[in-house]
Design a protein around this ligand. Structure first.
Ligand code: FRU
Length: 328
């Protein structure tokens, strides 16, 4: 009886040590399957805290991202999510990452407002031994565990090519850019310029609307007052394209031009295409589910790729009813 009990205790202690080693990544890659972060059989920790630093929740797309993360995390009872919203304030977001590090969370997911100022706090978290998944907007350099996002250069280029084709290679375009201190803004601009290269498309007005619909509307009012003829508005996101549409509508000019955006949320951009408000939108997936899937792998000690690139689709009136068309 005594021996059996002792054997059980020794066995349990051994299982805990092995499990702890596997979960902390000391086991060989791929050897962590028996060490589910769901706590089976005798996990080193019964719960894993993941801190999610969101740059803002002002746009539907970011609300959707958090909802996707939450829904994926809820399938794993061992994961406890802690969400922080920086309300579009870079300093606040830096502080949030630092707070997660001091609290000793097991993993951080961050969707940073802009690249340069968030690079250092992310690097410091990695130095403190906390894995960091960077979602959607990149940081600079390579001191993070994994980046997940779609290819914004490719999306921008596809938008440029779509626009070139619809305008017959010629026309006057307004470009409303996303925050140019964030990498998606830079890439959607570069990609677009590559997509229209060699055509007679002229960008007659460009402005940084910082991803925000009210700013886009204001910038578009300036463009409308300066230019009698505008053929198309290319905005780096759907709130931007919608803001431009509202400005043109208020001026009674929305029918004289096309509107193209990016994001393609079913309830936002795709609905706008169906309603004839936007002429096209390019999908930018939130990556929320992939972030949790990757977090679990990291917590199990499995190797994950440094970059995970998500796909995209174009939605226009020719394909919106059949779910859009994947970019090649
Ligand atoms: C939301 C958003 C999206 C855009 C993404 C780029 O804040 O502006 O509309 O696709 O961020 O990071």
């Amino acid at each position: 009886m005594r021996n059996t009990k002792r054997g059980f205790i020794v066995g349990a202690a051994f299982t805990s040590i092995v499990t702890a080693l596997l979960l902390t990544g000391c086991g060989k890659p791929g050897g962590g399957q028996s060490a589910e972060p769901d706590g089976r059989p005798a996990a080193a920790k019964s719960t894993y805290t993941i801190g999610m630093s969101q740059c803002n929740l002002g746009e539907p797309w970011r609300v959707q991202m958090n909802a996707d993360v939450k829904a994926a995390a809820e399938k794993h009872p061992a994961i406890k999510m802690v969400f922080k919203d920086a309300q579009n304030d870079t300093l606040k977001q830096r502080a949030h990452v630092e707070e997660f590090v001091s609290a000793g969370v097991d993993l951080i997911i961050i969707s940073p407002k802009e690249a340069a100022p968030l690079t250092e706090p992310v690097a410091k978290a990695v130095d403190a031994g906390i894995p960091v998944i960077v979602l959607d907007r990149a940081v600079l350099g390579d001191k993070f565990t994994c980046f997940i996002g779609a290819d914004n250069k490719k999306i921008g280029k596809a938008a440029g090519e779509w626009i070139k084709q619809k305008l017959g290679g010629k026309g006057r375009v307004v470009e409303l850019k996303g925050l140019m201190t964030s990498i998606p803004g830079q890439d959607r601009n570069d990609g677009f310029r590559a997509g229209i290269a060699g055509s007679e498309i002229e960008v007659i007005f460009e402005a940084d609307m910082k991803w925000l619909e009210p700013d886009a509307r204001k910038e578009m009012e300036s463009a409308l007052s300066r230019f009698k003829k505008i053929d198309l508005v290319y905005a780096h996101n759907d709130p931007g394209a919608h803001g431009a549409y509202l400005a043109a509508k208020a001026a009674g000019r929305e029918k004289e031009m096309m509107f193209v955006g990016i994001d393609a949320l079913p309830q936002e951009g795709v609905a706008y295409v169906k309603q004839g408000i936007l002429d096209a939108t390019f999908q930018y997936p939130t990556g929320g589910a992939e972030a949790i899937e990757t977090a679990l792998k990291i917590l199990r000690g499995e190797k994950v790729p440094k970059h995970i690139t998500l796909g995209s689709r174009v939605f226009d009136k020719s394909n919106v009813d059949v779910g859009g068309q994947p970019l090649d």
